[in-house]
Design a protein around this ligand. Structure first.
Ligand code: DHB
Ligand code: FE
Length: 285
């Protein structure tokens, strides 16, 4: 990494293309039957027809949509746009299909990376000197099953943005694993980690996702959040996010991904903010 890299401001084009490359690295598939595909596409086209008729969409508007979709692809922004505007519906539908009673999930977003470094118990997230100037966040709790038994050896993958709202591996000039790590619970299922208080986050808005938001007078902000993936053999892996009580945009998240159960209530000490959050894992189906 050169100092020139560090001077470069991340752009939607840059983080979009990185998110697209990461997504493409895993070729996805689904065992959807022809009958089901037919039912889904029929309803999707009917929904589009309904909007076209209801709003008497003009040819200019149709062509702007076509141009915009081409731009989203060229900027690599489909993972960003879809995860902000669609993923929360898919997450909700799939949660509701089961009788889960454990910790609620939320969207994964475009910036999850597997195999983050394992951190020692009561350790610290990888961070730079500039991150250390932020308010420390001491994050601890217990992972249990539905009966309250502690789940030793559970893995908590944690990733979040820095104080400027940038994620390592998706913005230039940030060390590879900055603010990413995997915490393993002790025999009683307890975890403890030091990180920094994240700030509200603006989704990249200097490209087609930003033009889209501007065109209808919206805003590109998400509330400050921690991303988590909690797993233990025999239990349902939860992908979720945690937010901060009273924080900006908690009630007005561009990605519609907050839930009341996912809001942290930190206490403030001389050494920083402290928070305790229990994760409850459902049994695997
Ligand atoms: C996006 C970014 C996030 O950090 C997130 O949590 C959800 C969506 C995005 O830019 O699409
Ligand atoms: Fe995020």
């Amino acid at each position: 990494m050169t100092s020139a890299d560090q001077a470069v401001d991340p752009t939607a084009h840059d983080s979009g293309n990185k998110a697209t490359d990461k997504f493409k690295a895993n070729r996805v598939s689904s065992d959807t039957s022809k009958e089901r595909a037919n039912a889904i596409y029929t309803d999707l086209l009917a929904a589009i027809a309904q909007v076209a008729h209801k709003h008497e969409v003009t040819y200019d508007e149709y062509n702007v949509l076509k141009q915009w979709m081409i731009d989203v692809g060229e900027y690599g922004e489909w993972p960003l746009w879809l995860d902000v505007f669609v993923e929360h519906e898919i997450e909700e539908v799939n949660y509701n299909r089961h009788d889960y009673t454990g910790t609620k999930g939320s969207i994964e977003g475009p910036y999850y990376v597997t195999n983050s470094p394992k951190l020692p118990w009561n350790g610290e997230m990888p961070m730079r000197e500039q991150d250390k100037k932020c308010t420390p966040l001491y994050f601890e709790g217990q992972v249990t099953d539905l009966e309250g038994n502690g789940l030793g050896g559970a893995e908590i993958e944690l990733w979040h943005a820095d104080e400027e709202g940038y994620y390592s591996q998706f913005a230039p000039g940030i060390p590879e694993w900055n603010l990413r790590g995997t915490i393993v619970t002790d025999e009683e299922g307890r975890y403890k980690i030091k990180t920094i208080q994240p700030a509200p986050y603006q989704i990249p808005h200097d490209g087609p996702t930003g033009w889209f938001i501007e065109s209808y007078g919206g805003h590109p902000w998400r509330p400050a959040h921690l991303h988590l993936r909690v797993s233990h053999p025999g239990h349902r892996t939860i992908t979720t996010q945690l937010y901060f009580d009273g924080g900006d945009y908690v009630d007005n998240d561009v990605a519609t991904a907050t839930k009341p159960e996912l809001i942290l209530h930190p206490t403030t000490g001389d050494d920083g903010n402290h928070v305790n959050y229990p994760f409850v894992l459902d049994k695997e189906d």
